[in-house]
Design a protein around this ligand. Structure first.
Ligand SMILES: *[C@@H]1O[C@H](CO)[C@@H](O)[C@H](O)[C@H]1NC(C)=O
Ligand SMILES: *[C@@H]1O[C@H](CO)[C@@H](O)[C@H](O)[C@H]1NC(C)=O
Length: 555
């Protein structure tokens, strides 16, 4: 008995070895041969390969139609495929954000340096991509809803149902029987657990006038610092009486305009009929979340559990990887794939380069330059500078992005800078005009000579002091420095100075029992806690830290 079991196990073992070895030492092994997945999801086609000893792999890739067409080079798949397979064994392919047109048979092909050294792994993996659709069938007394797909989803999914945006039920069967006879305003949608965001469109069970919310995009990836519009449309019989947007990760839905984390950064646009748009500006990484819309009508309230738009906010980072001898590859990386194919911009030592405009850039690894990248249209949100070699390279960091100061006062604008230790500093300069490589040092500018001064506290900082400020000094100030080997550019933002006067504002303007006087400026003073001094008929009155001063019965 024992022997027989051992014997059959041995047979199974030998059989699988045979598959792995394939013919003459060639093989490609796919873990699954057919797979059905949801539109919008990500699939991993796990694969491994072998080739005869003595061969050296020169090229390997995946294809669908023609044996010679690498999908990695197909614009159709740009940004959707990731093939990190190595030259030795692993040929796993990942396809992200799947579309129905990605349904196909995927095969892996291997080329080596020897004669006849080509091999295609057959039969490949058949991928079917399906969306979800709610189908309604009339029964004797009630209606049955089916969450339908065009292929049978792999790994026994759990179905989730939503009625009017509210989570209803979960079941392993794709069918749902509405126990309550539905109203004509009711809409239904289904999803697969774990992929809640890939739900079906909402459908009406009775008539055509049910309430439906459709988000323009289910997922977006945007740059830190930029502004985003998230929108949705609502169709239904009734007009909305109140609407708001909220983050789904809050325990109770909270109107974003009341969330202190978003103060001054959110705006709702759209009429009572929609489309409804949420605009968030000055994006920070913490804004990465799923945003949902909800509304009320006189008769009805949309639920809070229907998935909305998932936003990821990414910064830019330059990654340096060793490439061929004497070279390094710089890649401008993001944590999510930016929507609408961005154009990349590169900076060397703070100076914008005309070329290249792709996400990767190859540089000489012996140079000690610093590089940054940005996305066209968002140049202000460039990546931090990184060194190609060593720890220390050219860099400038301004203490403030903007400063607001009073007319007649004195302002200090400062920055820190670094350069490789084997460079000798030859010049530092502050300026506010630049054009085709030429910058004019402020201490040489007749408007400023008597009013500017440069000083420093350490070896690595510089401060520009401007006295007797004029409103015409309101502009952007930049710093650059030169060493015996390199020079810092002037493409990055410096510090923007706004010079404001102060004037007394009286409210209300016309007669009233009491009036409020406020000391107003055109920008918020950078001095964190300014003290306001009030004068009445030239006489010093009192000091206050808040600008509006209440004075009852001032006539
Ligand atoms: C340059 O300065 C920025 C801002 O302080 C910092 O994030 C970055 O790491 C610095 N880069 C180098 C190469 O020193
Ligand atoms: C840089 O400075 C060091 C120390 O002051 C000096 O010895 C060296 O000659 C300088 N190098 C150049 C190229 O001026």
């Amino acid at each position: 008995m024992t022997l027989r079991t051992a014997g059959s196990m041995l047979v199974v073992f030998l059989w699988s070895v045979a598959v792995v070895l394939g013919q003459n030492g060639w093989s490609v092994t796919y873990t699954t041969q057919s797979i059905c997945v949801l539109k919008g999801s990500t699939v991993k086609l796990t694969c491994s390969f072998r080739y005869p000893r003595g061969h050296k792999v020169t090229s390997n890739f995946w294809f669908t139609k023609m044996e010679t067409e690498d999908i990695g080079l197909d614009p159709e798949y740009a940004g959707h495929v990731e093939y990190h397979g190595d030259k030795e064994k692993d040929c796993t392919l990942r396809i992200t954000d799947l579309r129905e047109r990605d349904s196909s048979t995927y095969r892996f092909r291997l080329l080596t340096d020897q004669e006849g050294g080509t091999y295609t792994g057959s039969p490949g993996v058949t991928l079917s991509v399906t969306g979800l659709q709610v189908k309604v069938t009339d029964g004797h007394q009630d209606k049955t809803l089916t969450c339908s797909t065009t292929c049978t989803l792999t790994d026994n999914p759990t179905y989730i149902w939503y009625k009017n945006g509210q989570h209803l039920d979960e079941s392993t069967s794709p069918q749902y029987k509405d126990p309550v006879y539905s109203n004509y305003e009711d809409s239904y949608s289904c999803a697969v657990k774990g992929h809640d965001d890939l739900h079906s469109p909402a459908v009406c069970v009775q008539g055509q006038d049910c309430s439906r919310v459709t988000y323009t995009k289910r997922r977006i990836c945007v740059l830190k610092g930029s502004t985003v519009d998230i929108s949705c449309t609502y169709v239904g019989y009734y007009s909305t009486t109140s609407t708001f947007w909220f983050r789904s990760d809050k325990s109770t839905p909270e109107d974003l305009t009341r969330d202190p984390g978003y103060t001054g950064r959110v705006e709702y646009t759209g009429t009572y009929k929609g489309p409804f748009t949420l605009r968030i500006s000055d994006l920070i990484e913490e804004d990465s979340a799923e945003y949902r819309f909800t509304f009320k009508t006189y008769y009805f309230e949309w639920g809070h559990s229907f998935p909305g738009t998932t936003m990821s906010v990414t910064g830019l980072q330059v990654k340096v990887t060793p490439a061929a001898e004497g070279q390094k590859t710089l890649t401008c990386i993001t944590t999510c794939t930016l929507t609408d194919n961005p154009t990349y911009i590169w900076y060397k030592n703070g100076q914008r380069l005309d070329e290249p405009t792709s996400q990767q850039y190859s540089v000489n690894s012996y140079y000690s330059d610093s590089y940054s990248c940005a996305v066209e249209g968002h140049e202000d949100h460039h990546s931090p500078a990184v060194c190609v070699r060593g720890e220390s390279c050219m860099n400038v960091t301004y203490t403030h992005q903007s400063i607001c100061a009073l007319k007649g006062s004195t302002v200090d604008i400062s920055c820190f800078y670094t350069h490789p230790s084997w460079h000798n500093l030859t010049e530092v300069s502050w300026f506010n005009k630049w054009e085709s490589g030429v910058t004019k040092d402020l201490s040489q500018d007749s408007e400023y000579t008597s009013r500017v001064e440069y000083y420093r506290q350490t070896e690595k900082d510089s401060t520009l002091r401007i006295t007797d400020l004029r409103e015409s000094d309101s502009t952007e100030y930049k710093f650059r420095f030169t060493t015996d080997k390199a020079r810092w550019g002037y493409s990055f933002h410096g510090t923007t100075l706004t010079v404001t006067g102060s004037r007394v504002e009286v409210t209300p303007e016309w007669s009233s029992e009491s009036k409020t006087l406020s000391c107003s400026t055109t920008c918020t003073l950078s001095n964190p806690n300014p003290t306001y001094i009030w004068y009445k008929n030239g006489q010093h009155l009192d000091e206050s830290t808040s600008p509006p001063v209440q004075r009852p019965s001032l006539h």
